[in-house]
Design a protein around this ligand. Structure first.
Ligand SMILES: Cc1ncc(COP(=O)(O)O)c(C=O)c1O
Length: 389
């Protein structure tokens, strides 16, 4: 029996692969510092856990509506309306198990073979994976290190064609930590306003920023009608294992996405939605504390990376990743990532795991303790004698 041909076009996330290799080394007795993982190291806030437990006791253990409970969709619509300064309603909201299904469902609902999808590169690898799976054409736009990993807007303009059906934005971004400035978003909105395209705006890191609050493209005239906002609870509330996310999109598309959910996951776990409600409507101090700590770690991580010979790292404006350029070491980035894991016990990802234009970079997640971050920097500094010239 053969797998379907389209399976050969499906990609993956290397973070999981590196995690397996790091765990194998740990089994042999090696100490590994995990800087490869893309999830906050903080616990889910206690009041959210309590709400989840209470929901289980109260019997929120059955099927619910496919698009999510109406009161939860309303709470999300109110939250998005408030934080993005736009007006959306409950029927624009689809609740799904994590942010990821929104990518899949929205693309399945919209893309035909041959349609072009413009997306940042390097980026979250799942976008390209799904585009290829559906027989659509990925059209990468390289991110520019000298602009804090924003697009070169001229390149973006050049890549737009009659076949462009979707443009993907991700701000703050994985793997670069870059944030698209308000001015760039305005120019992108101006480029897209008259075009028959949809924007997938992945805003899963919207609350994890440092100096300036990221804007959403939906803030600009005519964009709400063209945009799918992807957001969720995994990163903001440290709820990766609860599997809770949502998309906010025009009503006609929300109906299609809900129909896909009926066919695929029926609904999102009911007690999880109750916990999400508590997260959105309860105290936000856990988020503030987490972001404050991430900022401290970011500063230490970037300073440390910049002191390693051959490394050059821009200050990321959001998310919890540092993305240093390591071409100065003279070692191909993937080989360097393997060397760091095997010889220094530092697990990280190589930039091309996020697309061809990520080559020459490494991604370090600073969702780990300050002590471990400083130890990882020290280990890499010691190992750097190997390539110091
Ligand atoms: C840019 C981006 N979007 C979406 C996701 C998926 O989030 P979730 O775990 O809620 O599916 C991730 C997770 O790493 C991400 O980095």
């Amino acid at each position: 029996m053969q797998l379907a041909e389209k399976m050969s076009r499906l990609g993956t996330e290397s973070a999981f692969e590196v995690l397996v290799r790091a765990r194998a080394l740990e089994k042999q007795g090696k100490n590994v510092i995990h800087l490869e993982i893309g999830e906050p190291d903080f616990p889910t806030p206690a009041h959210v856990v309590e709400a989840g437990k209470a929901a289980l006791s109260e019997g929120w253990t059955k099927y619910g509506p496919s698009a999510g409970f109406p009161e939860f969709r309303e709470a999300i619509a109110a939250y998005i309306s408030r934080t993005r300064s736009i007006k959306v309603a409950a029927d624009n909201v689809c609740v799904v198990p994590g942010g990821k299904p929104i990518m899949f469902y929205a693309m399945v609902a919209l893309l035909e073979p041959g349609d072009e999808v413009i997306y940042p590169n390097p980026t979250f690898p799942i976008y390209e994976s799904i585009v290829n799976f559906l027989g659509a054409k990925p059209v990468p736009v390289p991110l520019d290190e000298s602009r804090g990993f924003a697009f070169d807007l001229n390149v973006l303009r050049d890549r737009l064609s009659k076949k462009t059906k979707m443009v993907i934005l991700n701000s703050p971004a994985n793997p670069t930590g870059g944030v698209i400035s308000k001015d760039d978003l305005k120019q992108i909105a101006d480029m897209l306003r008259e075009r028959d395209v949809m924007i997938l705006s992945d805003e899963i890191y919207s609350r994890i920023f440092y100096e300036t609050e990221p804007a959403s493209i939906t803030a600009f005239d005519g964009m709400v009608e063209k945009t799918i906002i992807l957001d969720g609870f995994s990163k903001t509330y440290s709820m990766t294992g609860w599997r809770l996310g949502y998309g906010v999109m025009p009503h006609w598309l929300a109906n299609a996405v809900t129909q896909l959910a009926v066919n695929c996951n029926s609904c999102t776990a009911s007690f999880t939605q109750r916990a999400g409600m508590a997260a959105l409507q309860g105290p936000q101090d856990a988020v503030t504390t987490m972001v404050k700590e991430f900022r401290r770690r970011r500063d230490a991580m970037v300073k440390g990376l910049n002191e390693i010979p051959g490394f050059r790292c821009v200050l990321p404006a959001g998310a919890f990743y540092a993305f240093p350029n390591v071409t100065g070491t003279g070692i191909p980035a993937k080989d360097l990532a393997n060397l760091l894991l095997n010889e220094a016990g530092v697990a990280c990802l190589w930039g091309s795991a996020f697309g061809e234009y990520g080559d020459g970079y490494l991604r370090f997640s600073y969702a780990n303790s300050m002590e471990n971050i400083l130890e990882a920097i020290e280990r890499m500094r010691r190992l750097s004698r190997r390539w110091e010239r």
